[in-house]
Ligand binder design. Structure first.
Ligand code: F6P
Length: 330
């Protein structure tokens, strides 16, 4: 175990995700367990620039495991993108006696961390936290499971109206450029069609499937649309398109954009457990002298992958689940 590490800082950055508090808690408690200091950084990279630090001990993180959001707060910091900003961040870390930094966030957070590594050789370890589940090297990101449960619950409620009024609902879900939330919630909520950015022919597929559904006598439908879908139409334009193109079928269409409710709420048990494993894994990696990696989970095992590889764009998606979706929506 490294004797050079006496103080680890932790921050949360980018979009908040349920489970971030549980991850901070695990980091702080692991530092306490291994008898080293832990410095909390407020408002992500902005707090590094402002020197907005606070010492955290095991008791500072009581009663946070069950809370959504992040008590350290988060931001998307423009100044950290500039070399002068990163110099200030490095200087503040050094003068606070911080030996290594744990960043909890998504792709943008890790891209920032990589710059700190490249320019100052500062030891950083990442914990993947984003509802989008769009990071290489981990089966799950923190917040994704909770977001899926929130989306499925919302769609279940919308389905009551859809079936009571014989309506077609287009439901937009988050995910940035990834279709994981749409595909998984769509299967979980029994959607008729799911449009995801990873597939280029989503509009044709949708129109065909709507015609077939009507001919089979389906009277209501739920279509889940990922916000990053590449049909070239937003969800309101899609509704107009269906209205115009399937005029004969007389659809009563409604649009529902679920938005930021997907990021909030109590983390699921799955996310709390995952956060605990990743937080402990991050501190132990640093104490074992392993830096510049992201801690992920693959087949239940905690794994490490270089931050560089973690931030590479991810292109593949769960083709098997898409096949299941097609079969179960006949
Ligand atoms: O990355 C998480 C996420 O919620 C995406 O799904 C979404 O595209 C984006 O953040 C929204 O960002 P903001 O909260 O800045 O509008």
């Amino acid at each position: 175990m490294s004797k050079n590490i006496r103080n680890i800082a932790v921050l949360t950055s980018g979009g908040d995700a349920p489970g971030m508090n549980a991850a901070i808690r695990a980091v702080v408690r692991a530092c306490s367990f291994y008898k080293i200091d832990c410095t909390g950084v407020y408002r992500g990279y902005q707090g590094l620039l402002d020197g907005d630090f606070e010492n955290l001990d095991a008791r500072s993180v009581r009663n946070v495991i069950n809370k959504g959001g992040t008590f350290l707060k988060s931001s998307r910091c423009e100044d950290f993108r500039k070399p002068e900003g990163r110099k200030l961040a490095y200087d503040n870390l050094k003068s606070a006696g911080v030996d290594a930094l744990i960043v909890i966030g998504g792709n943008g957070t890790f891209t920032g961390a990589q710059l700190l590594i490249d320019e100052y050789n500062f030891p950083v370890v990442g914990i993947p936290a984003t509802i989008d589940n769009d990071i290489n090297g981990t089966d799950y990101t923190l917040g994704y499971d909770t977001a899926l449960n929130t989306v499925v619950e919302a769609i279940d409620k919308i389905r009551d109206t859809a079936s009571s009024h014989n309506r077609l609902f287009l439901i937009e879900v988050m995910g940035r450029d990834a279709g994981d939330i749409a595909l998984n919630s769509g299967v979980g909520a029994g959607a008729e069609e799911i449009m995801i950015p990873e597939e280029s022919d989503s509009l044709n597929k949708l129109m065909k499937s709507l015609k077939i559904s009507r001919e089979k006598g389906k009277t209501s439908s739920i279509i889940v649309v990922a916000e990053g879908d590449k049909s070239g139409k937003n969800v309101f334009e899609l509704a107009d398109h269906i209205n115009d193109d399937l005029d004969d079928y007389d659809y009563d269409i409604r649009v529902s954009v679920l938005g930021h409710i997907q990021r909030g709420g109590k983390p699921s048990c799955f996310d709390r457990v995952l956060a605990s494993k990743l937080g402990v894994g991050a501190v132990e990696a640093i104490l074992n002298g392993t830096y510049n990696v992201m801690i992920g989970v693959e087949r239940k095992k905690v794994v490490q992958i270089s931050l560089k590889d973690a931030i590479e764009p991810r292109h593949e998606f769960d083709q098997e689940l898409r096949r299941v979706a097609d079969i179960t929506s006949v």
